[in-house]
Design a protein around this ligand. Sequence first.
Ligand code: CP
Length: 314
Amino acid sequence: MAEFSSRHLLGIRGLKRSDIEAVFQNAREFKAVINRPIKKVPSLRDLTVANLFFENSTRTRLSFELAEKRLSADVVNFSAASSSVKKGETLADTVNNILAMKVDMVVMRHPHPGAPHYLAEKIGVPIINAGDGTHEHPTQALLDSFTLTEKLGSLEGKKVCIFGDIRHSRVALSNVLCLKLLGAEVMVCGPVTLIPKHFDSLGVQVGHDVDKALAWCDVANVLRIQLERQGTEVPYFPSLEEYHAGFGITQARLDKLSHRPLILHPGPMNRGVEIASDVADGGDAVILDQVENGVAVRMAVLYLLAGRLGGSED
Ligand code: CP
C-alpha cells in the first residue's frame, strides 16, 4: 500500500515525489467511491477531526468537511470569527483546549505564514495546513496537479504557467514545488510588482508578457488578484481595468494561439479581472473538476495521515 513519509502535511516543501504519488493513488480510489450511490467508507471511523478556520474559506473548508464525513470521521468545526479568539485567547491555548476534547487530527487555515508549523511543535496530533497566509496551500497544489494528471497523463515535461498575483498567493509556491517534483516545466507570469524576486531561485521561468506565456504553456493556472492582502497606499498596478487589459486571460488572447491550454483557477475568481467570464466558463476550463477532485484528494491526505497515527515522530 502507498504510504506517506510525513506525520503532518504542512506544505509541499519537504514532501517526496512518492508522497504525492501516494496521494494520487488513493485519491483515484476515493474518487471512484464518492461517485457511487453509497459514498461513505469507514476508514476514519472513531477518529475526530477538528477544522480550525482562522480565515475565510468556501471550497477548502467544505471540501475538508465532506472528505472527513465520507471517511466516517466525527467532525468539529471552529471559526475564529465566532470564537473566544475574539476575547484574546492565543492560538496555542485555543488549540490545546480543542485537543483536550480528544481530537485526533487538526486541519487549520490561518492568516499568518508558519502558523501550522508553530503548532506542529506544540501539539501531538497530525496537522494539515489548509492555507497559511501567503506561504503554502498544499492540498490546493495536490488537487491542481491531480486534475492535470487526469487530463494530461504524466506531467513530465509539461509546461505550466501560473499567472497573476504571485506575491500574495499561497497557491503559487505550493504549485511550483508540486509541479517541479512531478517533472513539469514551470513559469510564473504577471506584473513585475506582483512577482517576488525569490521566485528566480525556485528554478522557474519568470515572464511579464501574457501573450508569450500563453503561447508557451500547455496549462494556464490563473490566480486571483488578492486585493485584501495588498493594502492601498502604494498600488501594485494602476487599476483593475488596466490589470485586465494587460494581464487578464481573455478569449481574444486565447483565440490567437495555435493550441488550447487547459485553464485552471483555484477560486474564488474575480471575473473580468484576472480571468474573463467566457474563459472561466469555456470548454478548456477545468475549474469545477478542480473543486470535485478536492474532496477525493483531501480524503487521500486524511487517510494517509490517519494511517500514521501512533507511528514514529518525524
Ligand atoms: N481555493 C481556495 O482555497 O478557496 P477557499 O478560500 O474558498 O477555500
